[in-house]
Design a protein around this ligand. Structure first.
Ligand code: ARG
Ligand code: ZN
Length: 856
């Protein structure tokens, strides 16, 4: 009998594990279908849990060959083995410390879920976070059980790696020793025919660290940027946080089959190859920026995640929110701070606000889950980072630095909680953070409305906050909201520099007295809190801020809001595109004092999904076709009216001299391709064709290909691109994605179906599956086309993926999370697809939880 519906796990049920682990010894005899894992684990009673306890060890998909306690076989009657693990009855255990030994057999080649030990392109690799170690051997697979590990690998692979430092090796074997106690989710092993880019780093206290990036033989020429990023990350973490690396080696391995971006295993980070490999010809500027950011992210986890880990998976944002915050700081330091902030807010709104406003809304620290893999979300990661940004704004830079020093001092070696985290801020700054904690425990995006009153030289701003209900949380208490405000006088001079107003009530007023004339308020500067600002602002005031705001984020935001107002009116009232908006854009475009990357962001129109969300929030059901048409019309009108400055910009931003991936050069290219995207609407693809034929870098080549598709003249370019790049999996991923993202709405499902039948559509590879399925989901009007063809196509693929790789299927299912926004016909079609998925026999816990929550 299959077990009943999957269990829900609750934060409130947390109990420490009844045993501690003193050390772990693992031996791996690798073979594709029959790998032997021999474990020796020294347990001792945990004084925090008095009395005698059974020993429960997680274990899934393991063939148990032998189990011994202190050298004697565990009597069959005292050992219970289920699908989830093994239990040794208390009476089989000695009173004090004991040694558990087990021998199991596993099948890496048959492991298509890519969790635990699996094979990718002939190499062995692992992914254990969150709960993959239990597919390797029997173990208390929970983050609060930490131990030092010794690992011996036996295989005929030339390179064999694990965590920690290498201790000895010989023909056919290698041994590793990781002295730092760690939870099992940070375990890693790699064995394969790999080559390395070596380098080294000397920490500021003088430890020399050998650095290596390991890749498949043909890929060695595309590792230099990742190595450079690693060295800059190590330097920055010493300078900004005083954190040094703590082993003699740091290894990074790139694998082609990987469920997510990358993983911070102690001393042995494993990466999706798309986040390591880059050359100007094969990687876009966005790829370069992501590689730099993710290399930094995983490296920073060494302190925020590994040295200090999480007590349980409910605390995931303790390490992820903080590490994202740190990698954002790093990127701002390496590139442009305002540009990075705008990019982060764009992605927060596109992914996290969308999540927070739908059926999958959950707090950064959830209080229950069915499958933890479903909680590696934008809310845990990106909102987790925003919450830390607010904390820093509230306590100031000094307070933040003191709190972080205390955090590292007090909790090094711990499995900590959000309560521990907040306590260091309270102790370091003397603040009471009990109300602030709601940001961690409550779901939903607060809406902040503002009204202004001007009299007798005093400006009064009155704010009201309201957070709509989210699943399981009907009523919300007011939160602490740091609102950054600046005031400008009518000629554009700043009369009040950025000041943080601290809102704690549901409604609260702030007064600015002794003003000579009525100022213009710039509110929520730098996006000082993750809220939706609801404010009726006349277009003239937005245009004023777009021209004069001294805060670059709000300057961009003013233009963004203008564009959105224009588009919404085009959709709802058939308005013509506003001339004021377009001339404001024109002035910005030609303002050479502005960073090209910033100008490029200003040229980018709000996405169709963003407009659909805005309309839904205003209580209208968004019509994807009308939204698409309005956005196209606006883009075309902008191109017509600004054709000269756009064409000049396009030419002026051409690369001069050799390619550089740095922020300045990337910013110029981003402005160039933004101009191209608009001009393409009126030049019939002429510029795109010229660029496609001549482009020396992937940023321009991919942008030109997208333009040719949109212009309906890609018949030659698509096969040429494929022919040129057929040997490069990462570039062929782009080839798949570009075609579906840029397909005309009524053809999108058809294009996707045709591509799914292409011999290169290796759908078991997560990157390839995401290119096609993520691509169609990103084509808003195509995915939501009235025929329902894309919904059907998508659901078919989720059903096909689920038995092979449930994590990927569950992740992709979030494409449906916005279904309740749309009209009754579309809702009925999506609901039918979701029901069809739910009724499939043997549905995974992952996809069953997701579809259940999405349906609500
Ligand atoms: N800890 C990894 C990172 O943020 C991601 C692990 C994702 N794991 C998962 N099961 N989805 O860098
Ligand atoms: Zn992370």
């Amino acid at each position: 009998m299959k077990d009943a519906s999957p269990q829900t796990i609750y934060l409130k049920d947390y109990q420490p594990f009844p045993f501690r682990i003193e050390r772990v010894d693992l031996t791996f005899r690798l073979a594709p279908k029959t790998t032997r894992v021999i474990s020796r684990i020294a347990f001792a009673p945990n004084p925090e849990r008095a009395g005698r306890h059974d020993l429960f060890l997680h274990g899934e998909k393991l063939r148990l060959i032998a189990a011994r306690i202190d050298g004697a076989d565990v009597p069959a009657a005292l050992l219970t083995v289920t699908d989830e693990g093994a239990t040794v009855a208390a009476q089989a255990l000695p009173d004090g410390p004991f040694l558990w030994e087990a021998e199991v057999e596993i099948d890496p080649e048959g492991n298509t879920a890519l969790e635990g030990l699996y094979m990718s392109g002939g190499m062995y690799c692992t992914q254990c976070e969150a709960e993959g170690f239990r597919k390797i051997t029997y173990y208390p697979d929970r983050p609060d059980v930490m131990a030092p590990f010794k690992v011996r690998i036996e295989s005929d692979m030339p390179v064999m790696l694990s965590n920690g430092n290498p201790t000895a090796s010989g023909p056919g074997w290698a041994e590793w020793d990781d002295p730092w106690p760690k939870p099992s989710y940070l375990f890693a092993l790699v064995a394969g025919n790999l080559v390395n880019l070596p380098d080294s780093f000397t920490t500021r206290s003088g430890r020399k660290v050998d650095l290596n990036i390991w890749v498949r033989p043909g890929d060695l020429d595309r590792c230099a940027f990742a190595m450079d990023s690693l060295i800059r990350s190590m330097t920055w973490d010493e300078e900004a946080y005083g954190r040094e690396y703590d082993l003699d080696v740091f290894n990074i391995v790139a694998v082609d089959d990987f469920n997510m971006g990358a993983m911070e295993n102690k001393g042995l980070n494993i990466f999706n190859s798309k986040l390591v490999l880059a050359s100007p010809e094969t990687a876009t500027d966005l790829d370069f920026e992501r590689i730099e950011g993710v290399i930094a992210h995983e490296y920073f986890h060494n302190w925020t995640g590994n040295r200090i880990t999480c007590r349980d998976w409910f605390q995931l944002c303790l390490k992820e929110g903080l590490t994202v915050f740190r990698d954002q700081q790093f990127t701002s330091a390496m590139r442009s701070e305002p540009v990075k902030r705008i990019e982060d807010v764009l992605s927060l709104r596109a992914r996290q606000f969308r999540e927070d406003m739908g059926p999958l809304a959950h707090p950064p620290r959830p209080s229950s889950f069915v499958e933890i893999n479903n909680f590696y979300t934008a809310t845990v990661y990106e909102k987790g980072a925003e919450v830390i940004g607010m904390l820093k704004r509230l306590v100031g830079d000094d307070g933040y630095a003191r709190a972080l020093d205390l955090y590292f001092d007090r909790h090094d070696g711990d499995a900590a909680t959000i309560e521990d985290w907040l306590k260091v801020f309270e102790d370091a700054t003397g603040r009471d953070l009990s109300q602030f904690k709601r940001w961690y425990t409550d779901a939903g995006t607060p809406r902040l409305s503002v009204s202004e009153d001007w009299r007798d030289g005093t400006l009064t701003l009155t704010f009201t906050q309201m957070t709509p209900p989210t699943p399981g949380q009907d009523t919300k208490l007011p939160r602490v909201i740091p609102i950054a405000v600046g005031l400008l006088n009518p000629n554009g001079d700043e009369i009040l520099p950025t000041t943080i107003l601290e809102m704690t009530e549901a409604t609260q007023s702030f007064r600015f007295a002794d003003l000579a004339s009525r100022p213009v308020a710039s509110i929520l500067r730098g996006f000082s809190a993750p809220v939706v600002l609801e404010r009726e602002v006349p277009a003239s005031e937005r245009a004023f801020l777009l021209a004069h705001d001294t805060d670059p984020f709000n300057r961009w935001e003013a233009g963004r809001a203008l564009a959105k107002d224009v588009l919404v009116r085009m959709v709802t009232d058939d308005d013509a595109p506003s001339a004021d908006y377009i001339s404001a854009l024109g002035r910005l475009l030609t303002d050479d004092s502005l960073d090209p990357a910033f100008r490029a962001l200003c040229l980018r129109l709000p996405s169709e999904d963003d407009l659909a969300q805005t309309l839904a929030e205003a209580g209208r059901s968004p019509d994807p076709d009308r939204i698409h048409t309005a956005r196209e019309t606006l883009a075309r009108t902008v191109a017509e009216r600004l054709v000269r400055p756009l064409a000049l910009t396009y030419d002026a931003m051409a690369d001069r001299g050799p390619f550089s991936p740095d922020a300045t050069a990337a910013g110029r290219r981003s402005l160039r391709v933004a101009a191209l995207g608009l001009l393409n609407r009126i030049d019939g693809g002429a510029r795109a064709q010229t660029l496609f034929d001549a482009a020396g870098n992937m940023t321009e080549s991919a942008a030109a290909l997208a333009c040719l598709i949109e212009a309906g003249r890609a018949e030659a370019a698509l096969p040429a691109f494929h022919e040129r790049w057929k040997g490069n999996r990462l570039v062929i991923d782009k080839w798949f994605m570009i075609q579906v993202v840029h397909a005309a709405p009524h053809q999108a499902a058809e294009v996707a179906e045709r591509l799914a039948a292409h011999p290169d559509f290796d759908w078991r590879n997560p990157n390839r599956a995401r290119s096609l399925l993520g691509g169609i989901a990103a084509n808003h009007a195509g995915f939501h086309h009235a025929s329902g063809a894309a919904y059907r196509f998508y659901a078919d693929w989720l059903l096909r993926l689920d038995p092979v790789n449930p994590q990927i299927a569950a992740r992709l299912s979030t494409a449906f999370e916005t279904w309740a926004r749309y009209d009754a016909d579309r809702r009925a079609m999506v609901a039918a697809e979701l029901q069809r998925i739910r009724s499939a026999p043997g549905l995974s816990r992952d996809l069953s939880e997701m579809t259940g929550r999405i349906l609500g």
